[in-house]
Design a protein around this ligand. Structure first.
Ligand SMILES: [Zn+2]
Length: 390
């Protein structure tokens, strides 16, 4: 029973192949196709010895086949006459029909199956994030954050989708695992200046500091759901000047809850306004939100909010005016930190506005339904200086 079980697939394969060949050969030899088909198994088995490639597989089959089906004289005659040509024809046919390759594929498939399934998560992840990357790819390549430093909080946009593993805010690909997801993410685990942080007045360096020179204008742009947040990519010359450098506003996005904490207080949401200067350096202006009156800016963005990952919605020209989302009190905390999403690149200038703005609970709820929690936990300051600008 065992050998029958083992042989049967091979035998079936061969029989099927030979059936076709004999049908073809029958034309050559003028034999009735039916007779050839009937004698199929036996000539094959009989010639299994010379047919080395099949011999191993059909050896047992040959013995069993011979035992089960005594050869008839016509078969022998056919075999003796046709054996060589048949063998050659079979070999040619095998080569042509990929029979020889099939076992390889089968073996290969079992060999490669793990590899394929090992790869499966990657493409799948890429595909998941792909909505984002695909979108990123379709974007004009000039997006400053895409090509140079990486998009702080929409990393999927920043990186080649095929290089970017799936990451998330919970579970096995959550923040605690980011640093291990791929080598380029290792700063997430070993960086010394990571963001966000818990800012405490008692530890901050209190003193004079230059005011932020913000020059925002009504702008056009587009909203994208990149799978990690809702992000608005902006066009136009919105600028922020600080520390002798002018940064251009590239995009802003949201986290719920806010990633930053001030004096043990958390916030419902934060908007990160991501700027980049000519050197490619990043400055992020953080605007915190408490529940309260509706935010006009949030309302405009939510109105055009794409619901599907990778989906992008264009905004009417001049719709977004970020002046309306800045507090009157522009005092801020300043410190050096990192992207709060993989690859957690450091060297980012953080400017966290002290005075929170408000958004309505309805506005908050809508975002939270899409992103229940897209905040990285606070990271150790490790002696970092936080300046509380007066
Ligand atoms: Zn962010």
């Amino acid at each position: 029973m065992n050998h029958l079980c083992l042989e049967s697939p091979v035998r079936r394969l061969l029989q099927n192949t030979i059936a076709g060949l004999l049908a073809a050969l029958s034309l050559w030899y003028g034999l009735p196709a039916r007779a050839n088909t009937a004698t199929l198994a036996n000539p094959l088995h009989g010639s299994s010895a010379p047919m080395q490639p099949v011999a191993t597989a059909s050896g047992a089959a040959s013995a069993a086949g011979n035992g089960e089906k005594p050869e008839a004289a016509p078969v022998i005659s056919i075999r003796s006459a046709v054996a060589k040509q048949l063998r050659e024809a079979i070999e040619q046919s095998n080569a042509a029909s990929g029979i020889k390759k099939k076992p390889t594929v089968l073996v290969g498939s079992s060999d490669k199956a793990p590899a394929a399934s090992a790869h499966a998560p990657a493409p799948a992840a890429a595909a998941r994030g792909h909505g984002v990357p695909a979108e990123a790819k379709s974007k004009p390549s000039g997006h400053p954050l895409s090509s140079k430093t990486g998009n702080p909080h929409a990393p999927a946009v920043a990186h080649d989708p095929h290089d970017a593993p799936h990451w998330s805010y919970e579970g096995e690909t959550g923040p605690q695992a980011w640093g291990q997801l791929q080598p380029s993410f290792n700063l997430c685990a070993i960086g010394k200046r990571q963001s966000p942080i818990h800012i405490e007045d008692s530890e901050a360096l209190l003193g004079p500091a230059e005011p932020l020179q913000v020059n925002y204008l009504p702008s056009k742009g587009s909203v994208v759901n990149n799978g990690h947040t809702i992000q608005v990519d902006l066009e136009g010359s919105n600028t922020l000047t600080v520390r002798g450098s002018t940064y251009k506003l590239v995009q802003f996005h949201f986290h719920h809850p806010a990633e930053e904490k001030l004096n043990y207080k958390g916030f419902a949401m934060v908007a990160h306004l991501v700027h980049q200067n000519a050197k490619g350096q990043l400055a992020v202006l953080a605007v915190l939100f408490d529940p309260g009156d509706a935010s006009p800016m949030v309302q405009k963005v939510w109105t055009h909010m794409p619901l599907d990952v990778g989906d992008r919605v264009g905004l009417p020209d001049g719709l977004i005016d970020l002046n309306e989302t800045l507090p009157k009190d522009m005092r801020y905390y300043q410190f050096m930190g990192s992207l709060t999403t993989p690859p957690c690149t450091e060297g980012v200038l953080w400017l966290v506005l002290r005075q929170p703005m408000t958004l309505s609970r309805e506005q908050l709820k809508l975002f939270a339904q899409l992103f229940p929690n897209n905040a990285r936990p606070t990271q150790p300051t490790l002696g970092r200086v936080v300046r509380e600008a007066q």
